[in-house]
Write a protein that binds this ligand. Sequence first.
Ligand code: AMP
Length: 485
Amino acid sequence: MTASFSNLSLAEPLARAVAEMGYESMTPIQAQAIPVVLTGKDVMGAAQTGTGKTAAFSLPLLQRLLKHENTSTSPARHPVRALVLLPTRELADQVAQQIKLYAKYTQMRSAVVFGGMDMKPQTLELKRGVEILVATPGRLLDHIEAKNAVLNQVEYVVLDEADRMLDIGFLPDLQRILSFLPKQRTTLLFSATFSPEIKRLAGSYLQDPITIEVARPNQTASTVEQRFYAAQDDDKRRVVKAVLNQRGIKQAFVFVNSKLGCGRLARSLEREGLKTAALHGDKSQDERLKALEAFKQGEVDLLVCTDVAARGLDIKDVPAVFNFDVPFNAEDYVHRIGRTGRAGASGLAVTLVSPSDMRLVSDIEKLIKTKLEVENYPLDDDRPRGNVNEGQREERRDNRREERRPERGFERRGDADESRDRRSSFRPAQASRDPFFEKPYEAPSAEQASAASWEASPKSVATRPGLSANIKPKRKVAALFKSGE
Ligand code: AMP
């Protein structure tokens, strides 16, 4: 499909902003949703993150609201006209950033409110008046109760990632928020799945919605090549390196299931000559920021992360995602591999499957309704099999301990933050807005990118501190277990 934004007759300030973003053609969800939203009809959209969903609802919504545009300094002239609700602060922040970009040549004001932050600066912004308010449900209710947010002039409400909001238990909060909105309004609901609960929600709050489905619910983006390779735990690192080498891939995300495993894997890969950074829930905001920034700058080749990073990160064009551990939750698989192949770019998702993971793989098969083939990956190696050193033993013990207590993802953590906030609205100021998600990913410069660490010459690799001098490439050993074990 080559649907162009120019066919939409967007107002000049919006068209200019889109042109500046460098978008050449509409993504499928945009081509389908924008014309419908422009008519003011309710929409029930099934679309994954990374499909261009934010522009699909925010551009037509801005276009419809332009009639209210004004330069008055009076807050009364800037009531909330559009409300966008999201499950986590990271997603809220990201969507708000995008809306600001699309609205930058208009007089429309937008703001974002979410938990875990001092309410005061948010209150000041709300009191000044904003037309577009992006929020997480808990914090929004705090502002409604404090009379900072008045919603009786809302014309558009967007329930984004609605399935996740229900998973977290936001239904009562959503119901309360929706009770403050005018009956006469347009409601847009986006969800990765159309579960019976989502259909019930839509049945209660949407009027004759137009259903838009760009990919079947729970389908993975077709631009992602998905590979499942059989690998014993001890072989996984070498498979990662071999795939990177073979495909000439310069940067990738590597997902693991535990925080301890995350740190350990990052350190092991680093010792083996790769530039890595670890990203998980126990890292401070500053550390997370540094890790992501280093990845964006190309100083880091592999971002080793837990599912804490699976949602919300809008990093374009990550060429590959590795599932070093098969996720416990099949839905996390869809989110993890959604980090690559975004907005039409092609991507590679490699999942490393040990014999005990077959049940998790079949959960993924069921979810994405696709038969998955676990292939053997030929490794060159001369290391004796089954020789587990103390570091690896420790790593396994940690992973087993954490398996019983897997790390909670952003959503649930966001939820916990939200509910904490609800109990005590005015907490001391915390770090200002998470800049982690603010800057778009830019591919490293040619110079930075030219020497991915695993492509370095043997000489330069050997000079890396801590790298074993015993690594000898190219000696064949059967390294694979039989599939189907
Ligand atoms: P979203 O699904 O809204 O999170 O968007 C994912 C990414 O796709 C964002 O970085 C957008 O800037 C980008 N994007 C959105 N629409 C387009 C488009 N038409 N062409 C290229 N990139 C886009």
